[in-house]
Design a protein around this ligand. Sequence first.
Ligand SMILES: [Zn+2]
Ligand SMILES: [Zn+2]
Length: 541
Amino acid sequence: MGGKFREVNVKSPASKREEQILSEWSAQDMVKLSVTAREGAPPFIFYEGPPTANGRPGIHHVLARTIKDTVCRYKTMEGYQVNRKAGWDTHGLPVEIEVEKQLGLSSKLGIEEYGIEAFNHQCRQSVFTYEKEWRRMTERIGYWIDLDDPYITLNNDYIETVWWILKKYFDAGLIYEGHKIMPYCSRCGTPLASHEVSLGYKDETINSIYVRMKVVGTANEYFLVWTTTPWTLPSNVALAINPAFTYVKARRPEDDCIYILVRERVAAVLGKEAEIVEEVKGEQLLNLAYEQLLPFLEASGPSFRVYGADFVSTEDGTGIVHIAPAFGEDDYQLGRKHNLPVLQPVDKAGNFTAEISPWAGRFVRDTDDEITAHLKAEGKLFKKERITHSYPYCWRCDTALLYYARKSWYIEVTKYKDRLIANNNKINWYPEHVGKGRFGNWLENVIDWSLSRDRYWGTPLNIWRCENCNRLDAVGSRAELAERAFEPVDPATIDLHRPYIDDLHLKCECGGRMTRTPEVIDCWFDSGSMPYAQWHYPFEH
Ligand SMILES: [Zn+2]
Ligand SMILES: [Zn+2]
C-alpha cells in the first residue's frame, strides 16, 4: 500500500475544508455506499441508542456520536459491513412534561380533563420538534447514520415487538405486580416525579422520637430505635442493623433497663454517664425477635426480627433502623428480600384506615404528636427530640408529601443477576473502570425493574386482568388482539396507544371480561428493545 495522505491546505479555515468534504460525501451518498459496498461481507453489529427529538441536541451528544462513528468507520475499513440505522425515542415523561407546559396543565387531573386522546395527540405532534436541528448537527459533525430509515418507538411495528418481548417475559413468569415507594401528594392524588419533588423542599422543625422495642425472651432488654415519622410505626415489621458494626448493651444511671444500640451513638443517645455492659457484633443480633410496638395490624411471614442491611449508618439515630416496607424504598427492598409483609394502613387521601382505630380518618402526619403521647403512656417512648430537617412539599398545593407504596409492575431482573454479572465480566470494556466499576457495581446491586408508569404517552402495558376471576394475560401482537378482543379490531388501522387500547376488552377462559391494566411502560424499556424492535422482529422474519 504505502499510500500517502492528501496534503492539507492549512491556510483555508478548517470549517471550510470540512464543508468541502461533507459536500463530496453527500454527492456520493457515502453513508449508504459505506454499507452497500460491503454487501456480503461479515457484519459488525452496531446499535444506535435513540435520542429524543423533542429537545435540542447538546454538546454531549456530539461527543458520544464521535466515538460511535469512529468505531463504525474503523470496522468498515477492516472489511465489515456496518449497518447504521438511526432511531428516535419518542415516548415518556419528558415529552409529557413539555406538552403539559405548552398547554398550561400541571396535574394528571388536568390532563384527564383535557382528554387523554387530545393530550397524546399533542405529544405525538411534539416529538419531532427539533428533528431538523438533530439532522443538521449529525451531518455537520460527519456522523454517518441512516437518518432516512430510522426506527421510531411510537410506531405500531415498534410497539408490537416490545409487546412480543413483554409477553415472553410474562409467560415465563418474570413480570409481577409489586409495590413501588413513591413520593405522593395525598391532596392531588398523584405521585410526583423526582424533578417535581426537588421543587418543594422546606425546612421544618418536628419531634423525632426514640422508641424502645422489647427483645423477646428477656426481662428488660430493648432495642432503641429512632424515627422522624412516628406515623409509620404501626406499619413496622422489622428492624435493620449493619452486621459489620459493633453494637453494645448499655444502661444509664437509675434505669434498670438494658438498651441495645450501635457503639458510636451511646453518648449521644444515652448520655455521657451511660455504662456499657457488653459489646456485641452486629451479626450476633441478626434474627433476634422483638415485640410488635403498636399491634394494630397482623403481620404474616418472618416479621418482628432483626435483619442486616448496609444502608444502616452511625450518622444519626441508634444504628438500628425501623423498617416499614410500605413507606420507604430501602425498607421495601429489604422486605422483599426477606418476604416481609407490606402493612399499608393509609388510604389514598393520606389518612389512616379503620384498623388504626385511635387515629382512623386522620391525615397521618397530623397524628405524630398523639402517637408519641400514646407511646409514652404505654412506656414505649424513650425520648423525643426537636429536630429541623428538610422535607418535601407538593410544589403545586403545598401539602407535605408522603413516601408511599403504590402498586407497580416489575420485571424480575434479579433472577438473572448472576448471568448478567458473568456476561459483563466477558466484555472488553474501555475504559475498564466504566464496565468493571460503574456498570459492574450497578449489576452487583441490581434490583427488579420497575416497569410501569401511571402516565399517558408511552407504550401501553400489554397485560389484561379479568374482572371476574382476576386472571392476568398478556397480548403479544396486533393479530392476537384482533382475535381475542370483544370489540372489532382492524390490525391495519388500530393505534396501539392510549386511550384507544383502553377500550378493548378480552375474553377470559372463565367467560369473564378482561380489562387492560391502565399503566404505560418505562420508555427505557422501549429503547432497550431496539435490537429486536428496530427490525420489527419476529414478525416478518
Ligand atoms: Zn399536591
Ligand atoms: Zn376470568
